[in-house]
Design a binder for this molecule. Sequence first.
Ligand SMILES: [Zn+2]
Ligand SMILES: [Zn+2]
Length: 78
Amino acid sequence: MIKWVLVLDGTIRIMVFDDSVRKLKCDKCGTRFKYPARLEKHKEIAHNKKKEKCRACGKEFHSVENLRKHKKICKARV
Ligand SMILES: [Zn+2]
Ligand SMILES: [Zn+2]
């Protein structure tokens, strides 16, 4: 982390400049991360909700509700 101290008109300003942290920002919610792996993990958990899969035919659905609807019409039964 690099700290820049600016003296301007008698006032001292400290700017914290951390490029790596700025880059690792979730574009969806703005949460910052120190490591790329953590950002990826966060995106996976917070924004890419696990797909619901039909156990009979293997079709994937974005919501439990859609899967439930599908199950009623799914012909590939176990
Ligand atoms: Zn996020
Ligand atoms: Zn199915």
